[in-house]
Design a protein around this ligand. Sequence first.
Ligand code: XMP
Length: 317
Amino acid sequence: DWTPAAFVQETIERIKQEVGDKKVVMALSGGVDSTVAAELIHKAIGDKLYCIFVDNGLLRKNEFESVLESYKHMGLNVKGVNAKDLFYGELKGVTDPETKRKIIGRLFIEVFQQEANELKDIAFLGQGTIYPDVIESVSVNGPSATIKSHHNVGGLPEKMNMKLVEPLRFLFKDEVRRVGKEIGISDIFLARHPFPGPGLAIRILGEITPEKVALLQEADAVYIDGLRESNLYNQVWQAGTILLPVQSVGVMGDERTYEFTVALRAVTSLDGMTADWAHLPYEFLAKVSNDIINKVKGINRVVYDISSKPPATIEWE
Ligand code: XMP
């Protein structure tokens, strides 16, 4: 019988044997998988695990700072790298979704590789690969594997001449969560919604600018905080805010406004392959719409996405 406790014990032993006194480098994303994988490796080899957490400027509001703080609190040997300007610079003028993904994937690898090279004598690359990623990358299934290039799986090892340490390679998501609970990882990580590698870049339709990122971060924070406060966060599989490339007329006080629209997305799903739009209470939608428009200068209209997947997708790009 599979139990988290036995898995943790065996895995730590196996990593100790495999890695010995060599060094491991690993990229953290703030997500469940990389966090649980890192903590398992950390338990096996301590500070010989070097973690790198990149700020691509496309994370949620305050996410980089607060997640980095949590990692340090866990005792992980982690370096936060601010690469915002690099990402914004290369994304300037780019509107095509797949081109955005490719640029972000390439820059991420460049930044990570440079940081890893500075560490010297690294023999292993740690990764939070889970079983569904393994299946997807041999492309048996699904729209998101074939339509969209996922950058956070693969790409790194071939270029880096390192052996892989992938403690979660044979686990499903629910097992990863159970293992995480077993080793004391906080709900901040375990109960977090999935978040795409390219981040807010694919939730800003059209061109990305630092100003649009800031605008979307503000609206998104009101929405996500609202979901938490209303105890709805854990009832949806994923939620996010999309900044649309249209401006429309509104009225604020006795002034005419001409500002942006955001779309709110929330879905229920088991694995992201299919999804239904979440039937959030009207009272909640009414409140959050008011809050966004009142608090976020630059947005005067909020819409709710009532499309299911298929035929729509969860993300808009
Ligand atoms: P879609 O939009 O294809 O999304 O219905 C399904 C799930 O995949 C996430 N997603 C991505 N994750 N890189 C990622 O790491 C990507 O390029 C990417 N595109 C979509 C999406 O957030 C949802 O959870």
